[in-house]
Design a protein around this ligand. Structure first.
Ligand SMILES: Nc1ncnc2c1ncn2[C@@H]1O[C@H](COP(=O)(O)OP(=O)(O)OP(=O)(O)O)[C@@H](O)[C@H]1O
Ligand SMILES: [Mg+2]
Length: 281
């Protein structure tokens, strides 16, 4: 179990993360969903020991994360938001280098490399230098590297940003498999569909604060599982209802064209970000 208690981090006058407390039980696939500048990366960097909090603590199974927490860090794999491959090294060499950082022996590195590259469809490019990989392949290699030491916890900061839908689906399938095998996964994203597809728990974050946490279905039920959408002049408007019957009744009483449908996680997001926390920045 990961426990964060009252984590805070400011950069000058910007409060990037404000008193975030959370618990992540083992085996959870947690999505941190929030707009640009919400504090997702800062929170994740503190959780993984890459950035010291101004206040608050992070612990993994009761062991506190700090700069010297070697044992804790051994149990963590991290895929950062920005591409950080050794671009002049080949795919294989990138994997070997990552394995050596964890003091793995040659045989273990080779076995993990074979397995991960096969799973991620990178077998055919083992000897290609990283800078000549496509964007999707680079992201896949970053994920493979973060798993070389078979960590229990996997942290992914926007793992599919800027790649095509096919590569994204491959990565989603791979992450589902990792989750099924029992890993605890934390993912940040601003792709709402990504959180909806993968995560069993979602936290909505903005302005450095987590303002909602639930299952995707639970978040949808909180606003109302059914919606009536209509043209409200300048923009599309939605009203939410707990039952289909109520949504239909509302639609029947309206004198403009409208659609009745199921609410989505995207509706949840816009509902809160436009009303409670002042919208996207
Ligand atoms: N090293 C830094 N120095 C100064 N300000 C920073 C630094 N890192 C983050 N910030 C600021 O802290 C806030 C939160 O940034 P953060 O990168 O955590 O957001 P994010 O949710 O990851 O955004 P994005 O979706 O764009 O990646 C932003 O206002 C950002 O400008
Ligand atoms: Mg970020």
């Amino acid at each position: 179990m990961i426990v964060c208690e009252a984590l805070c981090k400011s950069f000058g006058t910007v409060d990037a993360v404000r008193e975030v407390s959370m618990k992540v039980p083992d085996g959870t696939f947690l999505g941190l969903l929030g707009p640009n500048g919400a504090g997702k990366t800062t929170l994740m960097r503190m959780m993984t020991g890459l950035l010291m909090p101004d206040a608050g603590t992070v612990s993994f199974d009761g062991k506190v994360m700090d700069r010297n927490a070697v044992e804790v860090k051994q149990a963590i794999g991290i895929t950062s938001q920005h591409i950080n491959l050794d671009k002049e090294l080949t795919v294989e060499e990138n994997m070997e280098f990552a394995g050596r950082l964890y003091r793995m022996d040659k045989g273990d590195i080779a076995a993990a490399t074979d397995r991960l590259l096969a799973f991620l469809g990178l077998d055919g490019v083992r000897t290609r230098v990283a800078q000549n990989l496509s964007g999707g392949m680079k992201r896949k290699l970053m994920i493979a590297k973060s798993l070389i030491h078979d960590p229990q916890y996997l942290f992914l900061d926007e793992p599919t940003v800027g790649i095509d839908p096919n590569a994204r689906r491959d990565i989603w399938d791979f992450l589902r498999l990792q989750h099924k095998e029992g890993k605890t996964i934390l993912l940040t994203t601003h792709y709402i569909e990504e959180a909806e597809q993968l995560c069993d728990q979602v936290m909505l974050i903005d302005g450095g604060k987590i303002f909602r946490e639930n299952t995707p279905e639970g978040l949808i039920a909180e606003i109302g599982s059914f919606k009536v959408e209509y043209d409200g002049g300048e923009k599309r408007r939605s009203e939410f209802f707990p039952t289909l019957a109520e949504a239909r009744a509302r639609a029947a009483g309206m004198d403009v064209l409208c659609n009745v449908g199921k609410s989505t996680l995207e509706d949840v997001f816009f509902h809160y970000t436009s009303k409670e926390v002042g919208g996207w920045r």
